[in-house]
Every structure is written in C-alpha cells, then in structure tokens.
Design a protein around this ligand. Sequence first.
Ligand SMILES: O=C([O-])CC(=O)C(=O)O
Ligand SMILES: [Mg+2]
Length: 625
Amino acid sequence: MNLLPKTISCSTTLASRNLALYCASSSCIDRTKCRKFHFSSPSRTPGDIICPSLVQGIDYIRDPRLNKGLAFTLEERQALGIHGLMPPKFKTQEEQLEVCRFSVMKYQEDLNKFLYLTELQDRNERLYFRLLNENIHMLLPIVYTPTVGLACQKFGLIFRRPRGLFITINDKGYIYDLLKNWPEPNVRAIVVTDGERILGLGDLGACGMGIPVGKLSLYTALAGIKPHQCLPITLDVGTNNEQLLEDPLYIGLRQKRISGPLYDEFINEFMEALVKRYGQNVLIQFEDFGNHNAFRFLAMFRDKYCTFNDDIQGTASVAVGGLLTARRLTKKRISDSTFLFLGAGEAAIGIANLTVRAMLTEGCSLEEARSKIWMMDIDGLLVKDRPEGNLQGDKAFYAKDHKVMKSLLEVVKEIQPTILIGAAAAAGAFNKDVLEHVASYCEKPIIFALSNPTIKAECTAEQAYTYTQGRCIFASGSPFPDVTINGRTITPGQGNNAYIFPGVALGVISTGIHHITEDLFLIASQELANFVTEEDLERGSIYPPLNLIKDCSLQIAIKIAEYAYEKGIASHYPEPKDKKKFIESQMYDFNYDNPLPPKYSWPEEKEPIKSKSIHDLTGDHLKKH
Ligand SMILES: O=C([O-])CC(=O)C(=O)O
Ligand SMILES: [Mg+2]
C-alpha cells in the first residue's frame, strides 16, 4: 500500500505548501532569515532550532537532537522524506518511555544500564532527558554516582562515541581554535575536569570525561538547562596513574601530569579562550580537580570569571542544607555542636567554611565558630604545631592548640564530636568502635559519610544505624538502600551536590550573574532545607526525595534570581517581574518538537481597500520613472 499522497512526494513539495516556502527551498542558506522565522515562536532561543532547509530527511533520524524515532507521525515522515525508513508503527513519547524503562530494568549490571542510556542519549536526546527527568530515583545512580565512577574506570573499554571536548596540553597555544570545532555556538555552561581526582577514585586522567558529561546531563534533567547550551570538557595534561599509563586501552595522553608554570599558562589560556568564544557570562564549573589546584583555581578565577568549584562549594552547600534541617531533629543550633571532619580537602574545607557562615547567622563570632570545628587529615589531627607542617590554605583556620593525635577513635574519645563528617575517601573509617563510642555520649549524632562512589563511603547506612541503635542522623554522598532497625524502616538521605549545582547554575545563567559569591550557596542550602517535610524527617531523611530535585532546583534558581536583582549582580535587564515565569520560559521542553514549519497564512484583510481598475491607469505613472 502506498501511503504517500500524490501531492506530496518529498520534503520540498510539502515545503512549497507553507511558510517554509522560503526556508525550505533548497537554495535557502540564509540562516539569519530562517532564524527570524523560527523566532516567531516566543519560547525559542537561537540554537533551539535547526533550520529545516539545512537538514536532509535522513538527518532527522541520525541526529539525536531531531530524532523522534517511531514518534514521527505519518505526516512528518512524509514531509521530511523519511517515510519508509522506519517500521510502520507510530508511538507516543509516553509509549517510548515505557519501552525505555523496561529496557533499562532488564539489564542486571549497572554498567550495562549506563551503556544503554548513553546509547539512548546518542540516538534520541529528548527521549533520554525526559526518561531521566521522570525517573530520577531509578536512574540517578546510573548516570551519576556510583555507576558513573565505574564507567570512568572502564572508559577505555566502553568508549564508543565521543561526547564533549578533549583539550590536551599539546593544544596549548591553539585552544581558541580548538573551541571553534565545537559545533554549538550558544554554550552557556561548561563543566570541566582535568581528571586528577575523580570522585574518591583518584587520578583517572582523560577517563574522567564521564564526570562532566554526567554532571551536565543533570543540568538538563534536573534544571532544564538546554543540552545544546552545555559543554563537557576534559583537560588532558597527562596522568600519574601508572596502571592507566600501562593500559593499552587508555584513551588519554600517555605521559605524566604536567604541573607548575606550564600547567598554569595552559589553564589561563583555556579560561581566556572560553570567554572569547562564549562571552563573559559563560558559567564554568570546576569538577574533580586535585586538591591543590581546586583551591588555587577557585581563588584565581572567582572574581574574574563566572565560575565555581562544585567539590568545594556545591558539596558544602548540600551538607549545610542537611545541617540546617537536622536542627529540627536535634532541637539544637548548629553552633551547639562539635564537629570532627575526617579529611581536610575540598569537601571538608568547603563544608567547614560554609558551616562557619551559617554559625555566624546564628549569632556566633568567627573565632567561636571555627573553634567548634576539628579536622583530621592523613597526618592526624590538625594541630597548630604539627611536625609535618602541612597546614596550607584554610586548613590553618581549623588547627587547634592541642597535642598531636593520629587515631580517629582516640580523637573521638578526646573531643567527643556530635557531628562526624567523612570526606576523605577512607572507606570504612567510621567503624563499629567509632560509631558506638559517638552513640555512647550523644543522643542523636549526625553522621555524614560523603565520599563517593559507594565503595569509598566512610561507613554504610546500615553500619551507621546499627551501631548507634538507629539514633543517628545519617547522610551519604552516594545512595544506600533503606535500613530496617528495631522494626522501623529508615530511608537515608543522599547528601550529594546534585541537589545544589543544577539550581545554582540555572539561577546564574538565567539572570546573567557574572561572579558567583558564597552567599548563593548559603541561599541554596536554605532553600534545600525548606524543601524537607515532616514526612521526610519521619522516614529518617534530612533531604527531600530525589524525584523532587527538579522542583528544588527551580526554587533555588528563583531565590538566586531575587537575590541577584536585589543586590544588583544580575546582568539581564529589564528585571523580570515574575522570576519563576521568566526562568521557566528559558527551560528545556522535554516533549518532542513539531519539526514541520507552521502553516503559512496571510492575515485576513478586515475591510479590503478597493483598488482602481487597470483600465483607469492613464500611463502617466510610467512617465515618472
Ligand atoms: O559527583 C558526585 O557524586 C559528587 C562529587 O562532586 C564528588 O564526589 O566529586
Ligand atoms: Mg565532584
């Protein structure tokens, strides 16, 4: 049976029936005019649309941004010239989603689920993002921690299609040229890593690309930032991971890491090139850099570019959000607590600094606030005259006048912390003895095991609840299943920066904030805490359910926008009256687009003006010319 109506034989024939007349004629290569046409729809921004005249029919199937799979209607298939290029079945996006959910679930191994989703992203972008957006609870552990960690470790083996930009130290001097190879001109947000400290897994070199890709998937799925506005970047300056250097499957530069002035010149050129290519307001999120560089680059760039470090500031914000909420359970102020951090790196220092700010708002002095915070690193307790020295940067704020101590249990016995925060990738460090001891003097200890992925957590949820007789307030960076203890089922919260960075990015991008101040992260903590209901607390969680992250992101963005206009740090003017509407109008639509241009029609003339008859012309009008 020939389903093709006689009048339509190919896309150009259909195009000639409507407004695409201009756009879709094969000779039209004027993108500006085509854009103008598409902008007649108010929700469109440049880059949302691909001009139909520039796309061959088959590209609607091959290009993941355009592909709708079996959801192309008969009219669309005929008009686009793809009729017959797919089975004669028509599906709604909802039916497709059901198949996707079924397909993901049928895989036993998480890495296979990850590969299925990667392949879906490469095939049908809108379906992928809608699937994520509507199934966060099920899929976050796959596209994000813990599975993304495994995917990075196996990156060389599972690598199929590239995603994101790989810039190596050999490209120094040419970074701007290389950026021009990225096909999207309207990039608004970049997540960049140099792979030196991927989660708690250490130096994974160029295999760290899984992290920027995963983080930016959450930008879209959790905060509606449009995929074409997002650019994942890995800076490959070598790796010090011997195993990778010897691995025949390694896909990065086979050399030791560059450091020192050469690295700094490279990173400075990189930042300048980004701004030259995408403008001053492009948001640059630093992710999983080594400790030393993470702090250095944040200090170097925070007042010069639109940038933040997620491991320092995003993690701090989610942890402080949890602490604000925990006050409702402990009935104590944050400043009534004694903190012990295991780890004194990005997460620990970031959390400590933001906690101090939160304590200041409770009326504490700076000195008093810092005195409540104790820290241990690889050399033991941070004390003022430690033999190793090693108190660089903000670590010094938390070093105490105290004797040197090396053992966590001994420190716990000595200072009796009521809040234990693990951020040292020291799996199992919060052991039975430590947890039982904390529970012996504290009714409701707060235990955060924040290291990622799951295998690096300082303790499991089950261990935390078991050894504190179910009394502790627990959160972890990676997910743990429910725990039943004394007949009560507890759902542990996931204190992961995924609650924070998508919303902060949305607020920053939509209002054009140029520099990201610390206040924005405290606002995000507060908004996150406001989201937690009594039911959440009864379930044992100090965070809202994962499927509410998207609502939380929008709320964070709205509050950031309000703050930005109040403080005069927004650059998008005039100030929108309704901030929510304004932000929502910029967000991604997870539903399929109609690829066909709208039907072209002339406005009806209300009172047609009668023209003269041709016979009334005298010929005088010709003389004028
Ligand atoms: O990616 C995550 O799950 C959280 C994070 O930033 C890290 O652990 O480095
Ligand atoms: Mg990180």
